[in-house]
Design a protein around this ligand. Structure first.
Ligand SMILES: *Cc1c(COP(=O)(O)O)cnc(C)c1O
Length: 392
């Protein structure tokens, strides 16, 4: 079907735009030997996992379900074709009941504390897994976004330099566990450029450099906006090569956003226009339900054929059909007045959208469609009342 014929609301992911991002990431691998994994939490549209697995080295998971999805849809199908992809996992704390299944799916398991290494490390090593520990370099590089800053004071994410030397108060020495580690992992960036990575890496070396010669790998985490136009790829590559040459390490990157950045849309229909000091359009999509990061980050999603408020002749506040007064996507202007039935296309809606949506107010979930390289659109999934009822 054509883009203009899709039902609304609908997420549309563009295969050619995903492939464009994947080629950029693959070129970093080709030039540096870094291994790049999809962070599934940002984008888990597994229809595209076979394509992603052709360019990347595998995926990483935030828990058992993402690890299983990777095993079912990326690593196992690729292995059947003779390509070995990796399945990594990191969680702040694993559940005892999940761990046997995690061992079944994952080849690399990253822990968040020495206590977790002590609890699960021996089983992971006995099963032949590569294991790592997440460190906290205590180097904040993002201002104003404390909820996205794992280096903020009191962070539960990663072991600080001070705590690296002790397991707990009763067991003050990590030296018995240290030899078990194959790698160190840090994740401190969010939508950032490689100058912030370089600063972070300096802090990592300063605080943890003495442990690096004994490691096999280092994982730089995610938050690298590698596929953004102004991202400095040469500086990223210098960081990778520095770790490789200085310490003999394999470098992993696990971007989520960069894989599907600017590669998806959310198509919506204007349901009604109301006035209260200003013109307000009520859409069949909701910020709260379908693009929660718009309220959480917060940010203003790009909208096709629109301008800043007042920039074009007709300005509207765009809002969702839920009860939440703050279910507002933003103020946008247009060349023509909006009318009931008009379709609007929000951009950059592949990431942190369908993985985070919800059915608050009994809102229907948007359909998921793929725009193929030939321009044809294919609906991958549609949702109904049962998807709302089934979770309650
Ligand atoms: C969120 C996260 C990622 C991916 O981050 P992006 O900002 O989507 O690139 C990678 N690794 C870890 C540990 C994360 O928490």
């Amino acid at each position: 079907m054509k883009f203009s014929e899709l039902p609304t609301p609908c997420y549309v992911v563009d295969e050619a735009l995903i492939e464009r991002n994947l080629k950029i990431l693959k070129s970093v691998t080709d030039r540096t030997g870094a291994r790049i994994l999809l962070a599934q939490k940002a984008f888990s549209m597994y229809t595209l996992y076979p394509l992603i697995g052709k360019f990347l080295n595998g995926a990483t998971a935030s828990g058992l379900y993402e690890a299983r999805l990777c095993a079912e849809e990326m690593t196992s199908p690729a292995a059947a074709e003779g390509r070995i992809l990796e399945n990594h996992i990191f969680s702040p704390a694993y559940r005892e009941t999940d761990f046997p299944e995690i061992l079944q799916y994952c080849d690399t398991i990253i822990f968040n504390s020495w206590k977790q290494v002590e609890k699960f490390g021996p089983r992971a090593k006995a099963a032949g897994k590569s294991i790592g520990l997440r460190i906290n370099p205590e180097c904040s590089t993002q201002e104003g976004h404390a909820i996205y800053d794992p280096c903020a004071p009191g962070s539960r994410l990663g072991v600080t330099k001070e705590n690296f030397g002790k397991i707990s108060d009763s067991e003050p020495d990590s030296s018995s566990l240290l030899p078990m580690l194959d790698g160190l992992h840090f994740h401190t960036l969010c939508e950032q450029n490689s100058d912030d990575l370089e600063r972070t890496l300096n802090a990592v070396e300063e605080k943890f450099g003495r442990y690096l010669p004994d490691m096999k790998w280092i994982n730089f985490g995610g938050g690298h906006h590698i596929t953004r136009a102004d991202y400095c790829i040469p500086k990223l590559e210098r960081c990778i090569i520095r770790m490789r040459e200085k310490y003999g390490l394999t470098v992993y990157l696990e971007p989520g956003e960069a894989v599907a950045l600017n590669a998806g849309f959310l198509v919506t229909t204007v349901l009604e226009i109301v006035h209260n000091d200003m013109d307000i359009a009520i859409l069949d999509t909701s910020a709260a339900c379908h693009m929660p990061d718009v309220l959480e980050m917060p940010y203003r999603p790009p909208l096709q054929n629109s301008g800043q408020p007042g920039g074009k002749a007709y300005t509207y506040r765009l809002g969702g059909p839920t009860c939440l007064a703050g279910d507002i996507i933003g103020d946008y202007s247009f060349d023509q007045p909006l009318q009931e039935g008009d379709r609007l296309v929000f951009e950059d809606m592949a990431i942190y959208s369908m993985v985070k949506n919800n059915t608050f107010n009994g809102m229907p979930l948007p359909a998921i469609a793929l725009r193929q390289k030939d321009g044809e659109c294919r609906i991958i999934k549609q949702f109904c009342y049962e998807d709302f009822k089934g979770r309650l």
